[in-house]
Design a protein around this ligand. Sequence first.
Ligand code: ZN
Length: 408
Amino acid sequence: MNEKKLQQYAELVVKQGIHVEKGEEVWITGGVENSKFIAKVVEESYKAGAKKVVVDWVCDATARLKYKYETVSELGKVPPYQLAKFKYAAKKLPSRLYIDDEDPDAFKGIDPTKMAKARMKSYPKIKPYRDAMDGKYKWCIAAVPSKAWAKKIFPDVNEEEAMEKLWEAIFYTCRVEESGTNDNWDKHNAYLIQKRDLLGSLNLKYLEYKSSTGTDFKIELIKGITWGAGIEKTNLGKTFNPNIPTEEVFTTPLQGTGDGLLVATKPLSYQGQLIEDFSIRFENGKAVEVKAKKGQQLLEHMIKMDENACKLGECALVPYSSPINQSGILFYNTLFDENAVCHVALGAGFKELLPDGPELTTEQAYERGINDSMIHVDFMIGSPDLSIVGIDENGKRIQLFKDGTWAI
Ligand code: ZN
């Protein structure tokens, strides 16, 4: 383990990730297996000026037992003390850091119907608080290896070696070096922002996707919508990097539009289970047919989680030459795999991409075309020959992506 890089990484998530400022409250969610790294992050948060740092520990093994033994009705309950926590968060808006180390097979064998039903019961109870916080607080998702996750990616080496390899892969894809990591991120953010602003200036009305994988798809964009990338801002102008790593420049499409076929080019890890070799066909903006060689039932449940889970909420551009794709590693974790190649997401869109978005309620944003759903699930469609053409209001066609990478 390279201690210098580890230290740089802990500082990265605190400084670039949630950008901790003096007097803030920080909430960290992290796995019990990584208590040592989490402790480093807690210390960096205090050093950056946090007045209080709270850790919510998660554990795949006990979470699995919960899904195995509890009834749907019990799983779907949100007890008053948990609701009180959501209420507190909606009012005080602590900065949130999620340090993910989930085993992609954590919930393998657990009935996906049970998990879906439980979530459908609990989600409406916490949704008002989530909506109230949307766009108002700083948050970041980053990841650290767990033994099970590392072995899933590197099955041919022993546990210790697999952990070491995954750490190195995380450092590489997150641009972590023994020194200068912060500068790397300033430069990377500047690059992403330049692409973001360029795309925004084109005032595109449609995106048209074509690939030899079978992807053949066209979707409409909302008039006046902006694009997002890298560093983001809360409604009060506080900056944060929601994803470490990040390579995407993304927008939110007009909900209820989109026709054609999208063919996934990487497996999708969803709720601790894998969906592989799948495609989704859209008609009038809705997923009307899904086909998966593995995880068919899971995929069918996913698009029926609520009435808008079958519509798209995100279109993201990532060149095929991204460091994550270059690494040749399939991470079985969306945070990494979505930043390998172009992707779209089913479910909720981003209201903050409307110029007046932060002031709108979720309902108002939906009226304006931003999808609203309890899910937001990215899946990857980028390929070496993916073409994306943007079409503006006058019908002018602009080649945005050619052969899987930037053409502008
Ligand atoms: Zn995305």
